[in-house]
Design a protein around this ligand. Structure first.
Ligand SMILES: [Fe+2]
Length: 210
């Protein structure tokens, strides 16, 4: 087995072990969809020549993840260099500063490096003092912060601080937003249900307050 494949599969095992250890009822259906072993991992992809600016927060957030879960942090550190980091939105939509402080990567999913048709999952990275505006998507979602305590909002509900190790669920189509304060955020995300191939879409300000 190639080293990259071995690292990806160990990452999947470490993430699953971390999530199972949270004993959060809302995670049960996501864990039921977890890829069965042995699952397929895609061949290596060519890495991007220019890392996204938000990746400057990765070393610090991984170091803080180590205090939460040493096995998961080690698996992330080994697998992350081969993951492809992306941004969903354009500068016209969210502005230059947001784009410099935002990146995500998928490690499992229909088109991910580990293939799964029923579940997708990856990492979200946000810099400090960032407001990720309200957005929605068809898939049901769970976020689990690994490093950094951000505030999360669903619809018109109050903003709520969510420390590492808590599960934040958004049902299909729910409008949700996040904002960081002085510390960057590294969080796991999981999607299940329909629309795994549909990107998140921003919603106009105030749309969640109806
Ligand atoms: Fe989301």
């Amino acid at each position: 087995m190639a080293a990259r494949t071995r690292d990806l599969l160990e990452l999947l095992r470490a993430v699953r072990a971390h999530l199972a250890g949270l004993h959060a009822p809302e995670l049960a259906r996501f864990l039921d969809e977890w890829p069965r072993w042995p699952c397929a991992a895609a061949p290596p992809r060519r890495r991007s020549d220019r890392p996204l600016p938000a990746l400057r927060f990765l070393p610090g957030t991984l170091a803080r993840t180590r205090a939460l879960d040493r096995r998961l942090a080690a698996a992330l550190a080994r697998a992350v260099p081969d993951l492809v980091w992306r941004r969903t939105y354009s500068r016209a939509q969210v502005g230059a500063r947001f784009l410099e402080n935002y990146a995500w990567t998928e490690f499992v999913g229909p088109a991910g490096p580990v293939r799964c048709q029923r579940l997708s999952g990856g990492l979200l990275l946000l810099g400090p003092e960032v407001h990720y505006p309200g957005h929605r998507h068809p898939a049901e979602e769970i976020y689990v912060p690994l490093a950094g305590t951000a505030e999360w909002q669903r619809g018109c509900e109050p903003w709520t601080a969510r420390p590492p190790g808590t599960a934040v669920r958004h049902e299909s189509g729910a409008i949700h937003a996040m904002r960081t304060a002085s510390e960057p955020l590294l969080a796991l995300y999981l999607w299940r249900g329909h629309g795994l191939d549909c990107s998140a879409r921003l919603v106009p300000a105030g749309a969640g307050s109806r």
